[in-house]
Ligand binder design. Structure first.
Ligand code: GLN
Length: 314
């Protein structure tokens, strides 16, 4: 039977609207605490270019840690595999903002998707420039990926996190002691907090993720990254994209995904689809509660788990 994707999206959107337990919105960034938890959006871009949406798919939200995927892509473009001298590629098994592992591992973060790793990546992307140069480059890159120049940064969110981001400041300074952060912590975090404060809708985020479904190609022509690099980023999303819940996400959904505390998740089905879901309520690991459920249901209905043989679902 052929897949009726619009019907699947409509069903999932209706199911999510009826869910009572939506988790808790992030409050440690005060500006995020003001977001209405009763929202849910989904957007799917297929390899043949169709865009299908459901719910609040055109409402902008703070992409937060989903930005770590785009920042990693940029950093690999700048320093290539040398990045792996400064950041590992293993799941951490710890919370996204954990500090304990860093001491044992001499200031080398486990992977680029926990905060410590993303701060090193931001340090690489800063590359001796002023934060505004790196921030501008990141915004231009995301706009190019999505093919949408209307994407902006929510300055209030960046300011809010700057005022309260003491843990990230501690992580950055601690890694500076190991010379794994090379610029002053406030400059690196100025850049990192703005990258996290990029605001996008599900539609824009799914469009921005197309290069990872297309083996590194930009659908508008040309290449963003090599096929090998695209595969490796997808592998890291599967193994590390949901922090200490990455194993559970792989078990339940089986699709590379990167979450953020704004409630967004970007999920990539290589060769088939780039998907963005958003619902602001989070589970205990800081991942979107309904977003995860929606992706679990989508993978079940479509057979899109990367562990499914082609054209076979449940
Ligand atoms: N800006 C957030 C932080 O650094 C991002 C965390 C997240 O989305 N998991 O804490």
């Amino acid at each position: 039977m052929s897949l009726d994707l619009p019907a699947v999206i409509a069903d999932i959107t209706a199911t999510m609207a009826s869910m009572e337990d939506r988790g808790q919105v992030a409050t440690y960034i005060p500006e995020l605490a003001t977001v209405d938890p009763a929202q849910f959006g989904i957007a799917i871009v297929t390899a043949d270019g169709r865009v299908l949406t459901g719910g609040d798919a055109d409402t902008g939200f703070s992409i937060q840690s989903v930005s770590k995927v785009f920042a990693l892509t940029l950093a690999l473009g700048k320093v290539g595999d040398q990045l792996w001298d400064r950041v590992g590629r293993e799941p951490s098994g710890n919370a996204f903002n954990s500090i304990t592992q860093l001491e044992h591992e001499q200031g080398i973060p486990r992977n680029p998707f926990i905060n410590a790793g993303a701060i090193v990546v931001a340090d690489v992307n800063l590359g001796g420039h002023e934060p505004r140069v790196a921030i501008g480059e990141m915004l231009r890159f995301v706009r190019y990926l999505a093919g949408d120049d209307s994407i902006t940064i929510n300055e209030a969110v960046a300011v809010s996190e700057t005022a309260t981001g003491f843990r990230n400041m501690a992580l950055a300074n601690y890694m500076r002691a190991f010379n794994n952060v090379r610029h002053p912590a406030e400059l690196v975090l100025g850049s990192y907090f703005h990258q996290c404060a990029i605001e996008m809708s599900c539609r824009q985020l799914a469009l921005a993720g197309r290069y990872l479904m297309l083996d590194g190609r930009h659908p508008g022509g040309g290449r963003v990254i090599s096929p090998r690099r695209a595969r490796r980023i997808n592998a890291l999303m599967l193994t590390c994209g949901h922090y200490d819940a990455s194993g559970d996400f792989a078990f339940r959904v089986g699709i590379p995904g990167k979450s953020g505390v704004g409630g967004g998740i970007l999920a990539i089905v290589p060769g088939r689809a780039a998907i963005a879901v958003w619902s602001p309520g989070l589970n205990a690991s800081g991942n979107s509660c309904l977003g995860t459920l929606a992706l679990e249901e989508l993978a079940r209905r479509t057979g899109w788990s990367v562990f499914s043989p082609p054209d076979e679902g449940d």
